[in-house]
Design a protein. Sequence first.
Length: 238
Amino acid sequence: MARVDGRRLSFEELGIYNGVFVMRDQQTGSLWSHFTGEAFEGELSGKRLEWIALERTDWARLKSTHPTATTPVKSALRFRPIPPMRTRSGALGSFLPANFEPTLPKGLSRKSIHEHGVGVAVGSAHKFSPLEGLGKVPVINDTVAKVPLVVLIQDGSASAAVYSRCVAGQTLRFGPAEIEGFAALKDEQTGTIWGADGSAVSGPLEGKSLTPVRSIITDWYGWGAYFPDSEVHGSPRR
């Protein structure tokens, strides 16, 4: 559920656009992009849902940081096999369901369509960082639209968290660290250790928190279709 202009909305999946699913709210019939959170057709066209940072994690890491966390019983979930992230592109090749391909723009060839990565949005600027090839470099200090940010790659390149590097009036630079065997960050300026959730757990900045940057874990074909002018980490600027 979500609220727009004080109105509570509920959503359902409608179909495919640019290779990814489209949401429709049941109250007005407006169509919404799950990439941007914006309604692009209908009564609420131009309205945008509030973005809430959501961390992709596995059960072991979640329990280590939130011991009282719960999950739905297995019988209530629908599972489909997903290839390991390190081999996702090779396993899936160029395959897409028949109803996906007609919705994609022609010429989407800068990367393998199933290259798995994190897409970052800062205002009107967008950048895609492929995770499969960056697993050996678990921390990326980057800048998008003049905003200094850090990408923490986790869980064998299956997930990533993106935060602003600006804290308490200074711009930090980060390197990798570990907390109880799980990926974490250590800033070079103060030596503070930061958890994957962006919270400082020890050091001079303990108690501070990094600000999440709008991002999504996705395959290249959907991101590239929605944002054809997106930068790609490691590729020359166009």
